[in-house]
Design a protein around this ligand. Structure first.
Ligand SMILES: [Zn+2]
Length: 306
C-alpha cells in the first residue's frame, strides 16, 4: 500500500502525456523531469517533451529552440505532442531556422557593415525557408503558439527584413541603390497583403533628387542627403525659371538644402547661440554679485543703526 504512493517513471510519463493534452505544461514538465530522474522507459522522449515545453513557456528565446533541435536530433522515430504528430528531423530544422531568425533580428549595431551583414543573413534564412519548408506550414509555430505561416510566406517576411536592412546599410553612400533594395522589400510586403505605405514613401524620399539652394550641388535622398529648411520664396522669386527653383517644395514655404550646407548652418548657429548664452550667463552672474554686495552693505548699515 505504502509503495503505491511512489509512482514509477512510466506512470509519471503517462500522466505527463495526459497533462500535455490538457495544456497543463508546467505540471507535465515536472512529471517528465521525474521520469528522466527515475530512468523510466520513455526517458529519451521525456527529455524532448521537457525541451518542447520550455520552448512553449519561453517562446521568444532562441536558445530554447537550439536546445530542442539538438534533442530532436537524437530521436529516430516520429511521436505525438498533444494532438500533433511530430517528425523529429523536420521539426529540428524548423527550430534551427526559427532560432537563426531570432538571433539575426537581435544582432546589435546600426553601422553600414552591421546592417549589410544582418540583411544578407536574413536573405540567406529566407532562401532556406523557401527551399527547405516550401508550401508546408511551420509546425513548431503552432505548438509554441506563435503565428503559423507556410515556409514561402515566412520567407517573404524575412526577405523584406533582409532588403530593408541592406537598404539602411547603403543609404548613406548610395541612396539610389537603397531605393532599389527597398523596392524589393516593398514587393515582398505587397505579396504578403500589407499596404506598405511607409516603405513606399521612404522609396520616394530616397529616389528624390534636387539641387541645393545654397551651393547649387545636386543631391539625392530626402531626409538623408538633403533637407527642407523653412524659408519664404516670394511670388517674385517663384516666377524665375531656373533649375534650383524647380526643386523647391510645392508649398514654397521651404528650400532644399544639401546635408553639408545644412549641417554647416546648424553647427554655426549652435555655436553663436552658445556664445550668446554664455555672455548672458556671465552678465547675470555679475549682476548677482553686484546685488549681493549691495545687500551686504545695506545690512551692515542697518545693524549699525540699531
Ligand atoms: Zn549645398
Amino acid at each position: 500500500m505504502v509503495l503505491s504512493v511512489f509512482k514509477s517513471g512510466d506512470e509519471l510519463f503517462n500522466q505527463g502525456v495526459d497533462l500535455i493534452k490538457r495544456k497543463e505544461y508546467a505540471k507535465a514538465r515536472k512529471n517528465f523531469e521525474k521520469t528522466i530522474e527515475k530512468n523510466g522507459r520513455e526517458a529519451a522522449l521525456a527529455k524532448v517533451y521537457v525541451d518542447i515545453i520550455d520552448a512553449c513557456l519561453d517562446q521568444d528565446n532562441p536558445a530554447r529552440y537550439n536546445k530542442l533541435a539538438a534533442s530532436l536530433g537524437q530521436m529516430n522515430e516520429g511521436f505525438q505532442f498533444g494532438l500533433t504528430e511530430i517528425n523529429p528531423t523536420r521539426m529540428a530544422l524548423e527550430c534551427k531556422l526559427l532560432a537563426e531568425r531570432m538571433e539575426t533580428g537581435r544582432m546589435p549595431g546600426k553601422a553600414p557593415a552591421q546592417l549589410e551583414e544582418r540583411g544578407n543573413r536574413f536573405l540567406d534564412i529566407a532562401r532556406k525557408y523557401q527551399t527547405m519548408i516550401g508550401n508546408d506550414a511551420i509546425a513548431i509555430s503552432e505548438i509554441v503558439g506563435i503565428q503559423v505561416n507556410t515556409g514561402i510566406k515566412e520567407a517573404l517576411y524575412i526577405q523584406a527584413l533582409g532588403y530593408e536592412n541592406l537598404s539602411s546599410g547603403v543609404v548613406m553612400s548610395d541612396p539610389k541603390r537603397a531605393a532599389e533594395l527597398l523596392q524589393n522589400a516593398y514587393a515582398c510586403r505587397k505579396q504578403l497583403g500589407e499596404d506598405a505605405q511607409q516603405t513606399l514613401s521612404t522609396i520616394n524620399a530616397y529616389s528624390k533628387s534636387v539641387k541645393c539652394w545654397i551651393c547649387g550641388r545636386p543631391a539625392t535622398g530626402e531626409g538623408v542627403h538633403f533637407l527642407a529648411m523653412p524659408s519664404d520664396i516670394s511670388p517674385f522669386m517663384r516666377k524665375s525659371d531656373d533649375e534650383i527653383l524647380k526643386s523647391a517644395p510645392s508649398d514654397y514655404n521651404s528650400i532644399y538644402v544639401c546635408k553639408p550646407c545644412y549641417s554647416a548652418i546648424s553647427k554655426r548657429s549652435d555655436e553663436i547661440a552658445r556664445q550668446y548664452h554664455e555672455r548672458a550667463m556671465q552678465e547675470m552672474r555679475a549682476m548677482e554679485a553686484r546685488l549681493e554686495a549691495e545687500i551686504r552693505s545695506l545690512s551692515t548699515r542697518i545693524s549699525m543703526l540699531r
